[in-house]
Ligand binder design. Structure first.
Ligand SMILES: [Ca+2]
Ligand SMILES: [Ca+2]
Ligand SMILES: [Zn+2]
Length: 496
């Protein structure tokens, strides 16, 4: 199996935030428990440093010390049994020989590294860390090391909400805030302790847990709900897990909770900014979180006792009906901001022979969604697209109906979008897509003249799409004014 790549970059200490971007396109249904082999827990994991040419001795000394401090953070978790042993520091031009049972850590200057990320132990062995940046002292290397080495031994990103609660983020959060420098957070401790429990002091000797299952009103399990245990006393998040991420669909267990009382929040993808690695692929299309489709809620003051799992049983949620509420105009990708506007009477009108692209925000339906489209004008295509604004391709659960292309015919098109959700429930929504040769051409003859005025007067007061020139959903004097402003033959395509 090809190793999943985990690419990363880092911001400056001044921002006090570390951003790590993860690319996991080849990571299929990864489960940490299946990746922990007996060999990895019985003996220290051997670490090989490959120091690339160009790294100064001063940088090498600092970075290797910081990495070993990060390793120490992982080793020092009392309820976890894991150890590392640095067996070699290789200075060479080319990749040194490394056993599959060893972690390779590549140390180099930023310009000589292709990735700052790490790979998961998908073959039952530790993964690799592709790049510890040596020539940037602003990088919080202790945290970065704990984070990336955490990935190499199977830990994924925490879904502790950010920045809703706190800057004390777990090191396994995609963005590590400065205040958590040099220490793991309970969420990290819980993950490490479950994956590598200490035989003498297992997590159950110190912690309790909260578990349950989420179903919707038709009885289907709901995975992808972000469940956060918040300490009732401090108001701070302690441990978060996604339903269905490591357990049967819809189920969850929040481990590693110190005894006490917790408000358990059941949140959607809007609660989490970042990328939760590995989850999206398992679900198929890439919806990951549930989003825009149920009312989030909290169960207050859940008691947690050492050594026990407080079982909340089934929580039933209502999945909202499918509808479209908003539209983003223009391309949308990982690095482009989403600009959602209320859709109003219909999507923005298209011009014949000009590139058109809109993303219609879909509410409702159990994610993931698929859809069949019909009624589009010639030259245009459509598909369901998940929120692309993260490296993982849509882990926030937002789904769009994307209409794009260059329409070659004019008229009013009744576009039917039949959305099928993860339960197999099919609901159809329709939008009117108007394509004209130019603004103001209400009768589609490529010129704006008295005939268009007559069309408008004939539809006065109605919601006729062809005659509603300004798109406000009603045919009124406003449409007449637009026609006067653009009087004459339509300009040739391309805006010449
Ligand atoms: Ca006309
Ligand atoms: Ca109008
Ligand atoms: Zn990461």
């Amino acid at each position: 199996m090809r190793l999943a790549r985990h690419a990363g970059w880092v911001s400056s200490r001044a921002a006090m935030v570390l951003l790590v971007l993860c690319l996991t396109s080849s990571l299929a249904a990864f489960d940490i428990r299946s990746a922990v082999s007996p060999e990895i827990t019985a003996n220290p994991i051997q670490v090989v440093f490959w120091v690339k040419p160009g790294v100064t001795p001063e940088d090498e000394t600092r970075v290797l010390a910081d990495i070993q401090t990060g390793i120490q953070l992982l080793e020092d978790v009392a309820t976890s049994h894991i150890a590392f042993e640095v067996v070699d520091v290789v200075h060479s031009q080319t990749l040194p020989p490394v056993l599959l049972s060893q972690i390779l850590i590549i140390v180099g200057n930023a310009a000589d590294l292709t990735s700052g990320g790490a790979s998961f132990p998908v073959s039952g062995n530790p993964g690799r860390w592709f790049g510890a940046v040596a020539d940037n002292e602003d990088i919080l290397m202790v945290n970065v090391a704990a984070h990336e080495i955490g990935h190499t031994i199977g830990l994924m990103h925490s879904t502790i909400a950010f920045p809703t609660f706190s800057t004390d983020l777990p090191v396994m959060h995609f963005a590590i805030a400065g205040q958590s420098v040099g220490q793991l957070q309970p969420d990290d401790v819980a993950a490490l302790s479950v994956a590598y429990p200490d035989p003498v002091l297992p997590p159950g000797a110190v912690f309790g847990s909260i578990r349950g299952r989420i179903v919707e009103s038709l009885g289907n399990e709901v995975s992808g709900v972000n469940i956060i245990a918040v300490d009732t006393t401090t108001g701070l998040p302690v441990v978060a897990r996604l339903s269905g991420s490591h357990q049967p669909p819809g189920t969850y267990e929040i481990p590693g909770l110190p005894p006490g009382s917790y408000d358990v929040m059941f949140l959607d993808g809007h609660s989490y900014v970042g990328s939760f690695v590995g989850f999206n692929v398992a679900l198929g299309l890439g919806g990951g979180f549930q989003a825009d489709n149920f009312d989030t809620f909290t169960i207050d003051a859940v008691p947690v006792v050492v050594g026990e799992a407080t079982d909340l049983g089934d929580a039933t949620i209502e999945i909202h009906a499918v509808s479209i509420d908003a539209v983003h105009e223009g391309p949308l990708s990982t690095f482009l901001p989403l600009d959602l506007q209320p859709i109003g009477a219909r999507p923005p009108d298209a011009l014949q022979f000009e590139t058109y692209e809109v993303w219609l925000n879909i509410l409702g339906g159990l994610r993931d969604l698929t859809a069949d489209f019909s009624g589009l004008p010639a030259g245009m295509s459509s598909q369901i697209a998940v929120d692309p604004r993260s490296a993982n391709g849509g882990v926030h659960g937002k789904h769009f109906a994307r209409l794009h292309g260059v329409p070659t015919e004019t008229g009013v098109f009744d576009v039917q979008i039949s959305v099928e959700d993860a339960r197999g429930v099919v609901e159809t929504v329709a939008v009117d897509l108007k394509v004209s040769a130019c603004l103001g051409d209400a009768n589609f003859d490529a010129t704006v003249d008295f005939a268009d005025l007559l069309t408008i007067i004939g539809q006065w007061g109605s919601d006729d799409v062809a005659a509603d020139i300004d798109g406000d959903g009603v045919v009124t004097f406003g449409d007449v004014l637009v026609v006067f402003g653009v009087w004459g033959a339509c300009p040739p395509p391309g805006g010449a």
